[in-house]
Design a protein around this ligand. Structure first.
Ligand code: HEC
Length: 133
């Protein structure tokens, strides 16, 4: 009986976690993510919300948060091709922080990963313009 209850609670938690990636829970902790004009950025946003948000919304495990312009500006200076390559192949930073290839989602196509990078760069600039940080 006990284990059944526990299994039920875990299933409930799984549902909660699954719900985290979708639009219904965008009101959860962290800044509201912008929407931009254009189909490509819209698709990039979808990928970002599902895969990249986990680390890059708040800056989990050493990932640069979307709102942390100081962490992003030296990366932006490397240019888009370098950022695409990091996102596709993964990257270990100078402090040992690791970004898995494709954000850990091997299902993503090169194009989806690149769109997610484009979306993230646009979002970083959006927050920078808004706050001036
Ligand atoms: C498991 C956590 C995690 C996920 C998920 C994740 N990242 Fe990252 N990402 C990191 C970390 C950690 C770094 C910083 C590595 C370093 O120190 O340079 C990083 C850095 C980056 C950078 C900067 C790379 C550079 O060359 O400076 C880009 C671009 C990036 N991620 C894109 C993405 C995209 C796109 C996704 C979703 C497809 C994603 N990330 C998902 C952890 C993650």
């Amino acid at each position: 009986m006990h284990s059944t209850t526990r299994g039920f609670a875990l299933a409930g938690l799984g549902l909660l976690l699954a719900a985290c990636g979708d639009s219904t829970s965008e009101r959860s902790a962290g800044p509201e993510m912008p929407r931009f004009e254009g189909a490509e950025l819209g698709l990039g946003r979808g990928v970002w919300m599902q895969t990249c948000r986990n680390c890059h919304l708040l800056g989990v495990s050493g990932a640069p948060a979307v709102t942390d312009y100081a962490a992003w500006s030296p990366r932006l200076e490397k240019g888009k091709p370098a950022l695409y390559a990091s996102a596709l192949n993964g990257r270990t930073g100078p402090s040992g922080n690791q970004m898995p290839p494709r954000g850990g989602n091997a299902q993503l196509s090169d194009q989806q990963v690149k769109r997610a990078v484009d979306y993230m760069v646009a979002a970083v600039e959006h927050f920078h313009e808004r706050t001036g940080d």
